[in-house]
Design a protein around this ligand. Structure first.
Ligand SMILES: C[S@@+](CC[C@H](N)C(=O)[O-])C[C@H]1O[C@@H](n2cnc3c(N)ncnc32)[C@H](O)[C@@H]1O
Length: 424
C-alpha cells in the first residue's frame, strides 16, 4: 500500500537562488475535502510522487492557502476553559461523564505552577505545560500539520468509520488528545461517530462549537486502558511519548482497544535533528563550545530531561518495528515526514508554512522550560540555549529537520489477544 503522507521534501528546495519548489500532489488524500455529508469518504487511489515541476514561492503560498480553505472544520477559538467532564480516580475511569464547572478548587487540583507555566498535577512523567499558551500552540500545530500532510486522516480511517445501517455506532479514541484539535475535527468530519479524548487535563468544552459527539476522560495512560478494550474503530495517538513510560505497552493496549478491521495510527518525533539528506546531526548536552548546531543541542537536553522524568524517548525510533512485528496488525504503512525546524535561509519566512513552523518552534522553546529546569538545567543555560536557537532560526544557512515517524495499521479480525498482564 502506498503512503498517504505528503513529504514536505516535495516542496522544500535548498536552492535559494531561484527559490523554486516542486509540485504538491496530494489531492487524493485530503480526506476532509472529500468527505460526504454523512462523514464517509471516497478513497483516493494512492499517493502521487512529485512530478518535479517547478513552482514559485507564491504558488506554494496559494497552494497552502487553498488547502487551508479546503479544511472544513471550524478554526479553533481562543481557549477559555470553564467546564469539563471529569473521570479522575483510577476506580472511575470508564464511561459515564458528568459535566461540572471548573471551579477554582478544581483548577488547583488539576494544575500546578512551575517556572511560570501551569502543568498537570496528575503525572510526574509528562512535564510540558497544560496552560492556555500551550493549548494555543497545539491548536496551531495541528492546523499546520494538516496543511503539511495535506490530509487529516490516513485513508483506511474513512473505511473504518463508514457507518452501515445495522452496525454499531462507530467510535474513535484519541489518546493524549491535548487541546482536542484532532478529535474535534474527527467529530465534525464524521458526525455519526462517537469519540473519546483521554488526557491528563480536560479539553475546553465551553466552546459553543464543541462537538456533541465528543466526550473527555481525564486519566493517566500509564495506568492502562483495559476498560476500552475492543470498543473502537479508530485509536489514535500523536506526540505523547514525553508522558508515556512504556510506549510498546501502549501499542499493545491500542491493539486491544481497536475492534476487528479497525485502524490504529501513531505519530511521534524522535527529537533529534537531521540534515537535508536525512543524516542525523550529532549533539550532546555537555559540549561547552557550541560545536554542534544549537537546535540539535537543545533537543539533546530535551531527550535527557524526558528520560529523567520517565518518558519513553526511544518510542518514535521503534514504532515501525513494534507495529510491523505485531501479530494482530496488518496493512502497515510507515512514513517519515521531515519538517524544517531551521529553514537555513530566513527568506523562507516569506512562505506561510515556514512562518507557522517558526511560531511553533519558538513556542515550543518556551514550553520546554519546566522540563529542562526541572531536570537540572540552570536558568542561565536554558536562556543561553534559547537565545542561540532563535539566532539559528534566523541566521543559520544550514537547514535542520525534525523527523516525524508516522505509522498506521489495521487490526486483524482473525487474531485473538489475551489481556495484558498487570505491570509489576
Ligand atoms: C504534545 S501534546 C499533543 C496533543 C495532541 N495529541 C496533538 O497532537 O495535538 C501531548 C499531550 O499528551 C498528553 N499526555 C502525555 N502523557 C499522558 C499520559 N500519560 N496520560 C494521558 N495523557 C498524556 C499531555 O497531557 C498532552 O496534552
Amino acid at each position: 500500500m502506498e503512503s498517504a503522507y505528503f513529504d514536505p521534501y516535495d516542496f522544500i528546495s535548498d536552492d535559494s537562488s531561484n527559490e523554486s519548489v516542486s509540485e504538491v500532489q496530494d489531492e487524493d488524500y485530503d480526506m476532509a475535502s472529500s468527505a460526504g455529508s454523512d462523514g464517509t469518504q471516497s478513497q483516493g487511489s494512492g499517493s502521487s510522487a512529485s512530478s518535479g515541476d517547478a513552482m514559485s514561492i507564491s504558488d506554494v503560498a496559494s497552494s497552502f492557502q487553498e488547502k487551508k480553505n479546503r479544511v472544513f472544520s471550524p478554526r479553533p477559538r481562543a481557549s477559555t476553559m470553564s467546564s469539563y467532564s471529569y473521570h479522575s480516580s483510577e476506580q472511575f475511569r470508564t464511561p459515564s461523564p458528568s459535566n461540572q464547572s471548573l471551579t477554582a478548587s478544581m483548577r488547583e487540583t488539576l494544575y500546578r505552577e512551575e517556572y511560570g507555566r501551569e502543568l498537570n498535577t496528575f503525572s510526574d512523567v509528562y512535564r510540558l505545560p497544560a496552560d492556555e499558551e500551550e493549548i494555543d500552540r497545539l491548536e496551531k500545530q495541528h492546523n499546520m500539520l494538516v496543511d503539511i500532510f495535506g490530509a487529516k486522516y490516513p485513508p483506511p480511517m474513512g473505511v473504518a468509520l463508514r457507518q452501515g445501517h445495522y452496525e454499531p455506532t462507530k467510535k474513535v479514541l484519541d489518546l493524549g488528545c491535548g487541546s482536542g484539535a484532532w478529535v474535534k475535527d474527527v467529530c465534525r468530519d464524521f458526525p455519526y461517530c462517537e469519540a473519546i479524548g483521554v488526557d491528563l487535563v480536560p479539553i475546553d468544552d465551553s466552546d459553543p462549537d464543541f462537538p456533541p459527539n465528543l466526550r473527555m476522560e481525564i486519566d493517566d495512560l500509564n495506568k492502562g486502558i483495559e476498560h476500552f478494550y475492543d470498543s473502537f474503530d479508530v485509536v489514535h495517538s500523536r506526540l505523547i511519548a514525553f508522558g508515556i513510560r512504556d510506549y510498546r505497552r501502549l501499542i499493545e493496549h491500542m491493539t486491544r482497544a481497536v475492534r476487528p478491521n479497525g485502524v490504529i495510527e501513531v505519530q511521534e518525533y524522535d527529537f533529534r535533528t537531521y540534515t537535508r539528506d536525512n543524516k542525523l546531526i550529532p549533539a550532546n548536552t555537555t559540549d561547552p563550545l557550541g560545536t554542534y548546531p544549537w537546535w540539535a543541542t537543545f533537543l539533546a537536553h530535551v531527550r535527557e530531561g524526558v528520560a529523567k522524568s520517565g518518558g519513553d524517548i526511544r518510542a518514535a525510533t521503534d514504532l515501525e518495528s513494534w507495529v510491523r512485528s505485531h501479530e494482530a496488525l496488518t496493512d502497515v504503512v510507515y512514513r517519515d515526514v521531515y519538517l524544517p525546524v531551521v529553514p537555513g535561509n530566513c527568506r523562507r519566512y516569506q512562505e506561510d508554512v515556514y512562518t507557522r513552523m517558526k511560531d511553533d518552534v519558538m513556542a515550543f522553546l518556551r514550553s520546554l522550560k519546566p522540563l529542562l529546569m526541572g531536570s537540572g538545567v540552570s536558568e542561565q543555560r536554558y536562556e543561553y540555549l534559547v537565545h542561540h536557537c532563535v539566532r539559528e532560526l534566523h541566521e543559520s544557512e544550514t537547514p535542520q529537520y525534525v523527523r516525524m515517524q508516522c505509522v498506521y495499521a489495521t487490526r486483524r479480525p482473525d487474531v485473538l489477544l489475551e489481556p495484558l498482564p498487570p505491570v509489576e
